[in-house]
Design a protein around this ligand. Structure first.
Ligand SMILES: [Zn+2]
Length: 490
C-alpha cells in the first residue's frame, strides 16, 4: 500500500500518535585482521582468498579474540559515555543460513562488553540525551551473490569481520531525532578513526525499531523492525513512511503486527520481509571455545587517556578560541579532516572568521563538486592562507580570489604563481583608475546627475562600471574613493 506524498504531510497523523524509535547500529571496525583469526579484512580482495580454517568454520578450528577489536569497542564506548564491563562473554547465536558456515554466529548476549551509556543530540540548539542500552562485539557473516547466470555464489571473505553493535534505548520521538542520533554517532566514530561509516558500502548499517502510541499514553505499542536503509536520508524517509503507515492502520481500527519491513530506496516505500524471530529462536548459549573477556581498570584508563578531542568539545573550543559562531563551528567540525583543515589554515592566517567563511564557501564547494576528500585538495591550508593574505592586503580582489582558488585546484600551483600568470594583480595606479572612473561617468551622464543630486546608492553601479573598464583589475576601494571625490567636487 504505497502512501502518497500528500499523506506523508498529514500533520494530524503525527499529532495524534507519538512515535517511539530505537536504533541498532552495526559498525564494521577498522581492524587489520578479523575478530577471531589472523585473516586480513581488506575490502575488495578476490572472493574466498581471505580465509582460514577458523573463519571457514572447519571442525576443530578454535577462535582467538582480537585485542584490537576489543580496544576499538572500548574506545567507542568511552566516547559514548558507556560503562565498560570488567567481565563479559561471547555467545553462540544459532541459526541456519547459507552465509554462515558454522551454523552459528559468535556474538554477545547476556554479558555484552559495554553499556549502558548515553549520547547527546542537538536539534535546533535543543539538547537531548539518548540512552544506549549496550555495545557488543560479534563477527560478520559471509556474502551471498545472487542473480548470477547459474546459481547463487558464496564469498567467505567477510566471515569473521569484526562488528560492533550499538543498541539504543527507544528514546527517540521523531525521524528527525533518529537522524540526528545516527549523525552524532557517525561523527564520533569517524573522529575516533574506528570506522569510515560508509552506509552505501555497508561499513555502517542501521536497523530501526518503531512503534506508535496515542499521544499521552505511556504503554508501548507493537514495534516493527525496519531494515535495509542504506543512507542517512533513507533512514529518515523510511521512518517517516512507517509513522504514517502505522498511524493509518491504527486510525482505521487495525492492529500492528510485529514484523520486519524492508525499505526500498528505489520506490521510497517499504514492504514486510518476514515475521520477527524472538531471542529464544536463536538458542543463545555461551561459546565454550572462548574464555570470558576480562578488562582491567588500567587498560580502560589508558584507552580513555588516548581518546582524541570529540566533536562536541571541538565545537565549543572553536567558538571560544576562534570567535566563530555556532553554525560555523558545527559545519567546520562535522568531519575531523575539515576541522583539521580549518585549524591548520588558522596557524598561517590570523583572521579565523574570514578563513571559516572561505572554507565553508569556496573550499567545501570544490570538495562537494569534485567529490574529493578535503585531505586530497590541492588547495592546501597553507595555500589557502597565502591566498587570503593576498586578498587581505588588497593585492587581488575577493572576487579574483575565488577564481584563484579554482585555478590552484586545477593547476596545482602556489597562489602567487597563479596570480602573476593569470594577471589577477589589482591595479591601484591612480592615473589608470582616474581614467577609468572618468570614462564611466562620461558614459552614464544621467546616473551621474542623480548621484550628484544625492542618490548615493549609485556608488555600487559606478564602481562596477569602472572596474569593468579596468578589465576587472582595478582596486575597488581606490576606485570608490576617486568616484566620491569626483562627484562631490562637482
Ligand atoms: Zn580466517
Amino acid at each position: 500500500m504505497p502512501l502518497s506524498a500528500s499523506a506523508l504531510a498529514t500533520p494530524e497523523a503525527i499529532s495524534r500518535y507519538e512515535p517511539v524509535i530505537g536504533l541498532e547500529v552495526h559498525v564494521q571496525l577498522a581492524t587489520a585482521t578479523k575478530i577471531f583469526c589472523g585473516c586480513p579484512t581488506s575490502f575488495g580482495a578476490p572472493p574466498n582468498t581471505n580465509v582460514c580454517p577458523v573463519c571457514l568454520g572447519l571442525p576443530g578450528a578454535l577462535p582467538v579474540l582480537s585485542r584490537e577489536a576489543v580496544e576499538l569497542a572500548i574506545r567507542a564506548s568511552l566516547a559514548l559515555n558507556c560503562a565498560v564491563r570488567p567481565r563479559s562473554r561471547f555467545a553462540r547465536k544459532n541459526y541456519f543460513y547459507p552465509d554462515l558456515p558454522k551454523g552459528y554466529q559468535i556474538s554477545q548476549y547476556d554479558m555484552p562488553v559495554c553499556g549502558p551509556g548515553e549520547l547527546t543530540i542537538a536539534i535546533g540548539g535543543v539538547e537531548k540525551k539518548i540512552g544506549i542500552t549496550r555495545v557488543h562485539l560479534e563477527e560478520d557473516a559471509g556474502k551471498l551473490v545472487h542473480d548470477q547466470d547459474a546459481d547463487s555464489l558464496f564469498d567467505v571473505n567477510r566471515c569473521g569481520t569484526p562488528l560492533m553493535e550499538i543498541v539504543s534505548e527507544p528514546d527517540m520521538r521523531s525521524p528527525t531525532e533518529a537522524y540526528a542520533y545516527l549523525m552524532a554517532l557517525k561523527q564520533i566514530l569517524e573522529y575516533l578513526g574506528i570506522c569510515d561509516c560508509n552506509m552505501e558500502e555497508g561499513s555502517l548499517r542501521c536497523d530501526a525499531n518503531i512503534s506508535l502510541r496515542p499521544a499521552g499514553e505511556s504503554k508501548l505499542g507493537t514495534k516493527v523492525e525496519l531494515k535495509n536503509m542504506n543512507s542517512f536520508r533513507s533512514l529518515e524517509k523510511a521512518l517517516t513512511y512507517e509513522v504514517l503507515r502505522q498511524a493509518d492502520v491504527l486510525r482505521s481500527g487495525g492492529t500492528i503486527r510485529q514484523e520486519t519491513y524492508q525499505w526500498d530506496p528505489a520506490t521510497n516505500s517499504s514492504a514486510p520481509l518476514r515475521s520477527k524471530e524472538d531471542a529464544h529462536d536463536y538458542r543463545y548459549f555461551p561459546d565454550p571455545d572462548l574464555v570470558p573477556l576480562v578488562i582491567d581498570e588500567p587498560t580502560i584508563e589508558a584507552l580513555r587517556a588516548a581518546l582524541p578531542e570529540l566533536p562536541t568539545a571541538r565545537r565549543s573550543r572553536f567558538q571560544a578560541r576562534y570567535g566563530i559562531n555556532a553554525y560555523s563551528a558545527e559545519v567546520l567540525t562535522a568531519e575531523r579532516p575539515i576541522a583539521d583543515y580549518f585549524e591548520e589554515t588558522c596557524t598561517c592566517f590570523s583572521d579565523a572568521a574570514t578563513a571559516a567563511n572561505w572554507i565553508m564557501g569556496e573550499v567545501l564547494h570544490i570538495v562537494n563538486d569534485k567529490k574529493i576528500a578535503v585531505t586530497n585538495l590541492r588547495v592546501t591550508p597553507k595555500r589557502l592562507a597565502a591566498l587570503l593574505a593576498e586578498v587581505t592586503m588588497g593585492t587581488i580582489s575577493a572576487n579574483s580570489g575565488k577564481r584563484v582558488i579554482e585555478l590552484i585546484e586545477a593547476e596545482d600551483k602556489e597562489p602567487a604563481a597563479i596570480i602573476a600568470e593569470h594577471g589577477f594583480v589589482q591595479v591601484s595606479d591612480a592615473s589608470f583608475l582616474e581614467e577609468a572612473v572618468g570614462r564611466a561617468i562620461e558614459a552614464n551622464p544621467k546616473e551621474a546627475e542623480r548621484f550628484k543630486a544625492g542618490e548615493k546608492k549609485l556608488m555600487g553601479f559606478f564602481v562596477g562600471q569602472a572596474i569593468k573598464l579596468t578589465g576587472g583589475k582595478g582596486n575597488p576601494k581606490e576606485i570608490s574613493n576617486i568616484i566620491m571625490k569626483r562627484m562631490t567636487e562637482g
